[in-house]
Design a protein around this ligand. Structure first.
Ligand SMILES: NC(=O)c1ccc[n+]([C@@H]2O[C@H](COP(=O)([O-])OP(=O)(O)OC[C@H]3O[C@@H](n4cnc5c(N)ncnc54)[C@H](O)[C@@H]3O)[C@@H](O)[C@H]2O)c1
Length: 304
């Protein structure tokens, strides 16, 4: 039987701090397929995340299909806005959520991974993080600072992960990130430069696939996911409307589940996808293919 088998592979999923987002669903799917999982967690959310884990509050969602429990081999503090600790301003370094976690920069996390697992200890890296401080502002009203912050955390961070972790990847290594339709179509309300960040992330997926493919032999893809009520998406403020609209208008008229994204990620990270790189793969029940809302035809007919 053709199976997704990631036995013996180690994955780092950057952007997990609860059990409600795509990062967690991807971690779970990769573990179901046999991979061991490390996560990168944003320092402001790290304390609550580890408490939830210690107190068993996530035990239910950590149960895998075969009865095993999802285990995190390591939880690394990671603020993907910074390539080195020196890049972080003093007020961040001295902040109570940051000051005791060690080097939380991308290079700091890279060093820890090297120390923990040697020069080539990784097979899969998933970038599942984003932040736009002005996401509620229309693009036209977004400040330069807000725009650059969105692009820095949500897009440049992926380049930084590839550059730092590329040398640690074993043969057949894979990078994956999460993008959204706002990169290529107008999604009113998805502001603050987040649409620009996703457009950059997708363009970078192609260029990095070429550059890092030639340099380290790795594959680089992105999943363009349909709307899902994660913590980050809920903070934008109208995720339920987006989910209902997508479900009503997609070719497959239902909401997506985070597991849909997890399963596609497991496939893309597996040897079954060994010739797929530089691609943006839609996991959105086909919503991206539509050019008109269902039921909006002016001849009076209603689609089902
Ligand atoms: N939820 C959706 O509807 C949707 C749709 C398409 C794409 N996506 C993308 O999926 C990815 C995961 O998001 P999610 O919706 O599952 O939400 P989520 O809240 O589970 O994940 C976002 C993560 O980013 C982390 N983060 C924020 N700033 C960070 C920083 N500076 N450094 C490190 N980590 C940081 C947060 O702590 C959180 O763990 C994001 O790239 C998001 O844009 C989400």
């Amino acid at each position: 039987m053709l199976a997704i088998d990631l036995t013996g592979k180690r994955a780092l999923v950057a952007g997990v701090s609860d059990d409600g987002g795509f990062g967690f669903a991807i971690a779970k799917a990769l573990a179901e397929a046999g991979a061991t999982i490390c996560v990168g967690s944003w320092p402001p959310a790290l304390g609550i995340f580890t408490k939830l884990l210690e107190r068993g509050k996530m035990d239910e969602s950590m149960r895998l299909g075969d009865g095993r429990k999802l285990e995190f081999e390591r939880i690394y503090p990671l603020d993907a806005a910074f390539d080195t600790l020196d890049d972080a301003p003093e007020d961040i370094r001295e902040n109570k959520r940051y000051k005791d976690v060690g080097d939380f920069s991308v290079s700091g996390m890279t060093e820890r991974i090297r120390r923990d697992f040697g020069e080539t200890g990784l097979d899969i890296v998933v970038h599942s993080l984003a932040n736009g401080p002005e996401v509620k502002s229309p693009l036209v009203d977004t400040s330069r600072r807000g725009y650059l912050a969105a692009v820095s955390v949500s897009a440049y961070s992926n380049i930084s992960l590839v550059r730092h972790l590329g040398p640690l990847m074993r043969p057949g290594g894979v990078f994956l990130s999460l993008t959204y339709l706002a990169a290529e179509r107008v999604i009113p309300g998805y502001g603050g430069g987040m649409s620009s960040a996703k457009a950059a992330l997708e363009a970078d997926t192609r260029t990095l696939a070429y550059e890092a493919g030639r340099r380290w032999g790795v594959r680089i893809n992105a999943i363009s996911a349909g709307p899902w009520a994660s913590r980050a998406a809920t903070a934008i403020g109208f995720i339920d409307t987006m989910i209902a609209y997508a479900a009503a208008n997609a070719p497959l008229p239902r909401p997506i589940d985070a597991a849909d994204v997890g399963h596609t990620a497991a496939f893309l990270c597996s040897p079954l996808a060994s010739a797929i790189t530089g691609s943006v793969v839609y996991v959105d029940n086909g919503f991206h293919a539509m050019g008109m809302a269902v039921g909006s035809r002016n001849d009076g007919t209603t689609e089902r």
